[in-house]
Design a protein around this ligand. Sequence first.
Ligand SMILES: Cc1ncc(C[n+]2csc(CCOP(=O)(O)OP(=O)(O)O)c2C)c(N)n1
Ligand SMILES: [Mg+2]
Length: 399
Amino acid sequence: MLRTLARISELPVLSRQLQRNAAQAGVQKTNNYATEATVQVNRPFKLHRLDQGPETSVTITKDEALKYYEQMVMIRRIETAAGNLYKEKIIRGFCHLYSGQEACAVGMKAAMRDVDNIISAYRVHGWTYLMGISPLGVLAELTGRVNGCSLGKGGSMHMYAPNFYGGNGIVGAQVPLGTGVALACQYKGNGGMCLSLYGDGAANQGQVFEAYNMASLWKLPCIFVCENNNYGMGTSSERASMNTDYYTRGDVIPGIWVDGMDVLAVRSATEFAIDYVNKHGPLVMETNTYRYSGHSMSDPGTSYRTREEIQEVRQKRDPITSFKELCIELGLLNTDEIKAIDTKVRQEVEEANSIARGDKELPVSGLWTDVYSQNLEPKIRGTTSYNIDHIHQNKGINN
Ligand SMILES: Cc1ncc(C[n+]2csc(CCOP(=O)(O)OP(=O)(O)O)c2C)c(N)n1
Ligand SMILES: [Mg+2]
């Protein structure tokens, strides 16, 4: 943990980063407001087996600034609502929050094309929203109600959306699954790829290396994304991993390290990765990030790291605050626009929250509805002592 602390405290303070950004910024202004700006990413990319890396000079339009800010604020609000619902015992079971890691998802999504897919572990409420599910679809899934994107049958870890393969609770298991999605893309020849997300803890799983191996041999269109938030449950990455440079761990597969608290850096790295993977095959991308909450709601998150450490990241590296300050500095967003987004998001989440609390539960017959996407047999298989007809409604993930 001490090593982690030292690493975090080595970071430059936010205001200095902004000054540097502003000094290097190219800004196009209309009526004293910028419509577009070019900035340098805060922390340089690190490369493994690559001669050239992502663009360090990134251009952002005003519309993009509005969008990324809104998306990150929405994810933070959804997670705050989820945390409170859990404390009230309205959400039961598991609940893993993504607060602190918003720039990873928003940056990747900004670079993804319609043909690209993603699969992740259990910290997926934010991704579910980004992949097209409404805040109500997410929150009602968490409360186990019919307006949930899996009709309340899945809960926190089992959310899906078009091109989004979930929501997986077995640590590391999504990596070979994502490799299979990439194989499907290659087979169909649609130019798409799969981003398989896993944590620093999952990075030590054997199946991750098996997936790397196969993907490299078959040149599968995979981006292996290690979201390194420095901890796997209560164990720091230094205690768990012989090599904490996760971007180098694909061996012959090239890798990139990116500051996962900088949405523009993540977007740039993902754009590079998509282009690279289309031409050459798989790539590993490590996003260096931090989670503010404990591992899950049952972990206060302060026995294996200090409150000061969390506070320091919040003050110096918060992905939302730093992006907001950058946009204001560049003249891309003003404080009224920021306030308007904050209010809109708050209202939307409050509304979804109150519906998700009072919403109906699925009737019991929901248990044998849509078990298979295409049911070839009329009965539910494997329930010999029961005589249960499979009901096919093809509902869910439409919220
Ligand atoms: C195969 C397997 N082993 C152990 C667990 C218990 N477990 C759940 S999350 C977790 C830690 C994963 O940490 P990391 O990959 O860094 O993801 P993060 O929680 O930091 O997002 C463990 C050990 C599990 N769910 N599945
Ligand atoms: Mg982790």
